[in-house]
Write a protein that binds this ligand. Structure first.
Ligand SMILES: [Zn+2]
Length: 383
């Protein structure tokens, strides 16, 4: 393993590697941003290993990239990752792009990118003797955890907001999860989950709390680059809620550059809903930490984002852009993805295409290439 330690995004404090570490102790109790820890690696040592591993390694799941992960062992969890990258020339032409690809994360075991983080969480929990995991979620992370725990035969405790859809509840119950429906929104469910997790000694699958989960998510960026022959595309577009997914994509992209598999990093484009856009506002200089109306894009309706510092760091490092789109724009994009790309995405994931159309109105995308991360979409998702 090439992990050298953990570093706090807020205060910069460094800690020894501890598989049971969550947020920064020095920043606990502080109002405002949480002390999110970031996993640090010895990239010069990992470089040789990642090159040789990729050549001889027949794995196609997240553990293909083991030298850049915080575990040295695998335990046979459901295979997350190894999803297709689909060229969509018709949509590229509509946007004036040279090329456009969809990273189809609907092909994961529970049809969602979150499975990448869950694969790492369940692996680390089992390796350190835990028999129960928990998370707060608007639906997708909970469904992901429920599926992986069902496969492993271990306890799964999920905390969901009051407004969770019946479709998502049905998925959770099919997997046999212990479901706690909050009387409030996602942010309240998050606080309830953390309290129950601490009281019961369960392992956390909250991505903005447990620093090792982002490491699983970043494998989507590693995979995209490998599928493109390490030729970096100009833009990577993803929906933004807590900030974990796009932050992870930024980290993965930088790491590939550090181990000399790529010669540059892509520009990150983050998309939020017009109704709930605290990170768009903050990136553009407004001093907000909470924001919120109502939107059908419930997976990114995070009024108080917990991984803001990570996201903002990666956005600046990539000279990225944040924008917000309406539910009407997302709805039109969701239909286009199905009709012109053959991909059924969930509502939130279609925000990526809506965001790219909006970006094309403010700047020319000629001679540029882009990748949309279609983070999830179940066969029974609502259109
Ligand atoms: Zn700190």
């Amino acid at each position: 393993m090439f992990v050298t330690g953990l570093r706090c995004f807020r205060c910069g404090a460094k800690y020894e590697m501890d598989p049971k570490a969550y947020t920064c102790p020095a920043c606990s109790g502080n109002r405002g941003d949480e002390g999110i820890l970031d996993v640090q690696y010895d990239y010069s040592a990992a470089k040789a290993m990642i090159h040789s591993t990729l050549h001889k390694n027949g794995r196609h799941d997240v553990f293909r990239f083991l030298p850049l992960l915080p575990t040295s062992k695998t335990i046979g969890v459901l295979p997350a990752g190894g999803t297709p990258l689909i060229p969509v020339s018709g949509l590229a032409a509509r946007l004036g792009l040279q090329s456009l690809f969809l990273k189809d994360e609907t092909r994961n075991p529970t049809r969602c990118l979150k499975d990448r983080a869950t694969a790492v969480a369940v692996t680390m929990a089992r390796a350190h003797g835990y028999r129960d995991l928990y998370c707060a979620s608007a639906g997708n992370a909970a469904i992901s955890l429920a599926g992986f725990c069902a496969h492993q035969g271990i306890g799964c405790h999920v905390f969901v907001p009051r407004e969770i859809s019946q479709t998502r509840l049905n998925w959770l119950r099919r997997y046999g999860a212990d479901v706690h429906i909050s009387t409030g929104n996602y942010d309240q469910a998050y606080d309830e989950a953390e309290q129950a997790g601490a009281e019961n000694g369960w392992y956390s699958r909250n991505c903005a709390f447990n620093p090792f989960l982002v490491e699983g998510k970043k494998t989507v960026a590693l995979e995209i680059s490998e599928q493109l022959g390490w030729q970096v595309r100009d833009l990577i577009v993803a929906p933004v809620g807590d900030g974990c997914t796009l932050g992870a994509i930024g980290k993965g992209s930088r790491e590939l550059n550090l181990v000399r598999l790529t010669d540059r990093i892509p520009r990150l484009i983050g998309v939020q809903s017009e109704a709930v856009q605290p990170l768009v506002k903050r990136y553009h200089g407004e001093a907000v930490r909470e924001d919120g109306g109502t939107t059908q894009a419930e997976s990114i309706a995070v009024r108080r984002p917990r991984n803001a510092l990570r996201l903002l760091y990666e956005m600046r490092a990539s000279h990225g852009h944040m924008l917000a789109v309406s539910d009407e724009q997302i709805s039109a994009a969701q239909r286009l993805l199905a009709q012109e790309a053959g991909v059924v995405s969930e509502f939130t994931s279609a925000a990526t295409l809506a965001g790219l159309f909006q970006l094309a109105e403010s700047e020319s995308l000629a001679n540029q290439s882009a990748v949309l991360v279609i983070t999830g979409g179940r066969l029974d998702c609502d259109f």
